[in-house]
Design a protein around this ligand. Structure first.
Ligand SMILES: Nc1ncnc2c1ncn2[C@@H]1O[C@H](COP(=O)(O)OP(=O)(O)OP(=O)(O)O)[C@@H](O)[C@H]1O
Length: 248
């Protein structure tokens, strides 16, 4: 089957007088790492939230693996193997790293009340242990998530998103506030996961070095519209993109 993992068709979203996303369409194929870049306020997060069912678009349609998911609840998207990370960290600071990751697994499996009941097991410990090892967090397994450095918490956040056993992961500014050593680690882990599992990523990012070296394709948004699309090297030499974003 050749249908794209993610298909976005004519998505528009307005907030009062602001056209945050304006008739945006694109497809993402299995195994692609797509970067979504653009100036502050260009509509990247709004587009993510429309894709993930956290905002209802005014127009347009989103399909995942050929299935129209417009109007679907965010929690049901998890069950389709869609993971996400947020611009703001979503770890529970007073819980250990392992418990945060197990809990994320419970949520992805649709245990809606898991956050109220706290971490049980639900057969997820072994999976969580593997995820901890994969993200090289074993030495921090039992530490409270809130005691970790910001970069380490971002890795925990990523591990949580990956507990969906995802086909598709949307990462919202994974590099934001992360130091250089951690960044290299994060990028290497994402590339390895992509190569080993064929997982598709869509990444919003302002760190150009990170996004250009991580992604196989880049889409540039400005004022809610796609102004360019191409390979990283094409985007970096695109005059319209330099004028609208990279040049500043
Ligand atoms: N809930 C909201 N209510 C009103 N306006 C909003 C809302 N969310 C976003 N906007 C506006 O929509 C536009 C697009 O914002 P959005 O956050 O999607 O941009 P962005 O590209 O993700 O920005 P950044 O890079 O700063 O995160 C902005 O003008 C923003 O002020």
């Amino acid at each position: 089957m050749n249908s794209p993992v993610l298909s976005v068709r004519n998505i528009s979203k307005r907030f009062g007088g602001i056209q945050a996303v304006d008739n945006v369409s694109f497809d993402v194929k299995k195994g692609e790492i797509l970067g979504l870049i653009g100036p502050n306020g260009s509509g990247k997060s709004t587009l993510f939230n429309c894709i993930l069912g956290q905002l209802q678009p005014d127009d347009g349609e989103v399909s995942i693996n050929g299935r129209n998911v417009s109007g679907i609840r965010a929690s049901d998207l998890n069950k389709l193997g869609v993971g996400r990370t947020f611009q703001q960290l979503s770890v529970f600071p007073k819980m250990s790293v392992i418990d945060n990751i197990i809990l994320a697994g419970q949520e992805h499996k649709g245990t809606m009340l898991s956050r109220l009941f706290g971490p049980g097991d639900a057969g997820l410990t072994a999976e969580a242990e593997q995820m901890i090892e994969f993200f090289r967090l074993s030495h921090l397994r039992d530490e409270l998530a809130g005691s970790l450095s910001y970069g380490q918490q971002k890795l925990v956040d990523a591990a949580m998103a990956f507990m969906a056993g995802p086909n598709l992961v949307l990462l919202d500014e994974p590099a934001g506030g992360v130091n250089l050593t951690m960044l290299a680690n994060l990028k290497e882990r994402l590339v390895t996961y992509n190569a080993e599992h064929g997982t598709t990523f869509v990444v919003i990012e302002h760190n150009m070095e990170f996004v250009m070296s991580l992604c196989t394709r880049i889409i540039v948004l400005a004022e809610g519209r796609i102004i360019a699309e191409g390979r990283p090297e094409e985007i970096q030499s695109n005059q319209m993109v330099i004028d609208a974003y990279l040049g500043g």
